[in-house]
Design a protein around this ligand. Structure first.
Ligand SMILES: NC(=O)c1ccc[n+]([C@@H]2O[C@H](COP(=O)([O-])OP(=O)(O)OC[C@H]3O[C@@H](n4cnc5c(N)ncnc54)[C@H](OP(=O)(O)O)[C@@H]3O)[C@@H](O)[C@H]2O)c1
Length: 280
């Protein structure tokens, strides 16, 4: 990874931060993005210390705003000649239905749509490097079997886990359609489930019983963030997967995502909805 340019969204905490440490250790020039400058700067120092690398940088972007995502892409395009790896990692969980700055259901907007837009806007730089796109999905996608285009904001049918599941299902469906569109370009797109990982994702905007359940998971069951970052690091850097594209991984192995997520009709549907919403 020596000298390779890596961008990791949501790199100031949890799995993203450990992915940054792991790839910086391997010699990559890593840029993390995050929404809170104080937190991001503190994480940057930690990443430098733990990786022993000074080649770590940051950019600020609140991914709940498509305008901010566009600005982030502009900065990235101006700053880098090429991107070897884009890790679409930022994500959040909310128990209540919330809307993004653009009026879109928040988990769909941040976890999927912002990455859909960012990837599109920096794709030429990834193509220049014949690079890799790695998206952090989740086994939570399994609850989702379709995308209701008549209820994009989940006005009719929302729960935290339904919204989260849909956003992670979209990460997978997006990866599969993207890989198809990128055939012959040398760019690969893969996604993954990191495991049940001890991070704060469901302790920020979750209700009390979700927070309690998550806290118990962290005490007794979940793996560490460093362990959870292993598949992201593998997909970003291993020669074993340099020609693999359109797949879903867990523990550095190819696994099956649920059946509806393998349906090209679904890929097309989610792609078209996303295109319309981000206006590209
Ligand atoms: N933990 C698990 O068990 C698990 C399982 C399956 C998949 N995942 C996925 O793994 C990824 C990383 O999650 P994590 O568990 O490491 O959680 P985390 O520690 O909460 O990290 C999430 C990162 O995303 C950032 N983020 C959230 N909302 C954002 C926004 N509006 N704009 C910009 N950045 C934003 C967070 O920033 P702040 O620090 O400012 O909040 C943080 O840097 C997510 O995509 C998640 O869905 C996690």
């Amino acid at each position: 990874m020596e000298g390779k340019t890596v961008i990791i969204t949501g790199g100031n905490a949890g799995i993203g931060k450990e992915t940054a440490i792991g790839l910086a250790k391997k010699g990559a020039n890593v840029t993390i993005t995050g929404r809170n400058e104080t937190k991001v700067k503190a994480a940057l120092e930690d990443i430098k210390e733990k990786s022993g690398s000074q080649n770590v940088d940051y950019l600020i972007c609140d991914q709940s705003s498509l305008a901010e995502v566009r600005k982030l892409a502009e900065t990235i395009n101006a700053k880098y000649d090429k991107i070897d790896v884009l890790v679409n990692n930022a994500g959040l969980y909310t128990s209540d239905r919330e809307l993004s700055k653009d009026g879109i259901e928040l988990m769909f907007a941040v976890n999927h749509l912002s990455h859909f837009l960012l990837t599109d806007l920096v794709l030429d730089k990834i193509k220049s490097a014949k690079g890799r796109i790695v998206s952090v999905a989740s086994v939570a996608h399994k609850q989702t079997r379709d995308f209701d285009t008549g209820d994009i904001n989940m006005d009719k049918d929302f729960s935290g886990w339904k919204g989260y599941s849909r956003s992670k299902w979209c990460n997978i469906v997006f990866t599969k359609e993207l890989a198809k569109r990128l055939e012959g370009t040398g760019v690969t797109a893969n996604c993954l489930h990191p495991g049940g990982v001890s991070t704060e994702i469901a302790q920020k905007e979750a209700n009390w019983y979700t927070k309690l359940g998550w806290w118990l998971g962290r005490q007794f069951y979940f793996i560490s963030a460093a362990e959870g970052a292993k598949t992201s690091i593998y997909l970003a850097s291993s020669d074993e997967v340099k020609d693999v594209s359109g797949e879903y991984f867990y523990k550095c192995e190819k696994v099956y995502s649920n059946r509806p997520s393998q349906d090209p009709g679904m890929w097309k549907k989610v792609w078209e909805v996303s295109e319309n919403l981000v206006n590209i």
